[in-house]
Design a protein. Sequence first.
Length: 210
Amino acid sequence: MLSESSSEAVLPAENIGTENQLAAAWADAEARKTARALRVFALLSLAVIVADQLSKAWIRSWLSLGEEQQIIPGWLHFSHILNKGAAWGMLSGQRWFLIAITLFVLSIVSQLARDFAPHSAMARLGLGLILGGAIGNLIDRIWAGAVTDFIDMQTSIEWIRTFPIFNIADSALTVGVAILLIEFLWHRREISTALSGHPNANSAANSEIS
């Protein structure tokens, strides 16, 4: 009887040990997954920043301020301008206010990346483009007090022609926001459930997917 009771006492401890090992392995796998996702996110952001800053340096060396060059007749011109505001000249001259807004956006994007990038390739792509674009224009505002813009869509199509002159950072921001909106609309219930902090968020999301 003593041997049977002692063996029964040992089994639960062994099971607990196995469960702990499995939990540790799962946590390690999740940590590795998160690290890989954040590396992809960071590299994508860095690629946008480098492409944006190199293109602006090139346009500054090629065209004088205010100079224009036709690239694709009836579609695309490069026009070197400095924008001291946001899109369409809004908030012109509000350099430090725009810098503060950008820093606030960067903090939100960084938090969203930690929460969602490990679980969604679309989120990684969208957030990476937004972060890179925001930093690209932030560098201009801090360094020069204004953003270098040069992509000028001069076409007969009215709604395209009314676009303000922009740059690669602006393009990354626009595409990134569009990707996040698509991702949110596609998986809005799962995302809303996860953000609500409900204890059954994971099970609700899984049942929605299935």
